[in-house]
Design a protein around this ligand. Structure first.
Ligand code: DGL
Length: 270
């Protein structure tokens, strides 16, 4: 049995890296739905259907617990998956809530009333579908009051990153940051709510300036998963070999992934 990580493409590898570093003995099966990426410009039904197919593939690969290492799928499809689709013996978790818990100074699963927190102005960078879902604002409102969120849909950025077009990606980061800063000139924190974006964290930080704290999602997710597995040891994978799987051509995805993570990664097509 292995733990499954799912993303529309390569972005979830940023989460994979942190999880593998935090829990080196846990076998992980990573699936990128590269054939259908990007998800961020699709409608909610489409994202739900594609995410369910991806999760089913990971079940067939022997996973009982799947992490949606994709903010778009987490924001748009996770609630519906958990409420309407998930069999009792399986679990699907997302990457959104751990980030919000840290921002709102909460421990995992703290269900107390929403309260005031230090951060008052938050810049949110995400795909158009994540921004349209308003899932971030909804989850935040359960936990904190008085936080102003300005969200910027970063159209085109995932395509540029998947295509390895760094020049275009950096130009898009600058223009999306400028657009947001025109509406919110002094954010205290920035959330890169797409697993592709940490690869361009430096470009975001340069454009935002040194006073803005960029929240790093990957490490938070790895910590929160380790905590979850401690409390749910029956979900802990102890056998299986893991591996990297894609719905697209394995050779070209392996080439991109190797460049993406800066070390050799070999994908298999499913
Ligand atoms: N990396 C994903 C996310 O975190 C999805 C990007 C996309 O497919 O548009 O949102």
């Amino acid at each position: 049995m292995t733990i499954g990580l799912f993303d529309s493409g390569l972005g979830g590898l940023t989460i994979y890296d942190s999880v593998a570093r935090r829990m080196p003995d846990v076998p992980i099966a990573y699936l990128g739905d590269n054939r259908n990426a990007p998800y961020g410009v699709r409608d909610a039904d489409d994202i739900f259907q594609l995410t369910c197919s991806g999760v089913e593939m990971l079940w067939r690969l022997g996973c009982r617990l799947v992490i949606l290492a994709c903010n778009t799928a987490s924001a748009v499809a996770l609630k519906r998956i958990q409420e309407t689709w998930l069999p009792a013996d399986k679990r699907v978790l997302g990457v959104f809530v751990p980030m919000i818990e840290v921002l709102t100074e909460r421990r995992w699963g703290d269900q107390s009333q929403p309260r005031e927190v230090d951060v008052k102005n938050v810049a949110l960078f995400a795909t158009p579908a994540t921004v349209a879902s308003r899932a971030f604002q909804r989850e935040l409102a359960f936990r904190a009051i008085g936080v102003d969120v300005e969200a910027q849909p970063c159209g085109g950025l995932v395509d540029a990153i998947e295509a390895n077009d760094d020049i275009l990606a950096e130009a898009l980061v600058r223009s999306h940051v400028e657009a947001l800063l025109r509406r919110m000139p002094n954010p205290e924190a920035a959330i890169l709510a797409c697993t592709h974006y940490p690869l361009f964290q430096r470009a975001f930080q340069d454009a935002l300036g040194p006073k803005v704290k960029c929240v790093s999602q990957a490490n938070l997710v790895a910590e929160s998963l380790a905590d979850y597995l401690e409390r749910h040891p029956n979900m802990l994978a102890t056998s299986g070999t893991g591996g990297f799987y894609t719905t697209a051509d394995a050779e070209s995805v392996s080439r991109k992934a190797t460049r993406f993570l800066g070390r050799k990664i070999e994908f298999e097509s499913v």
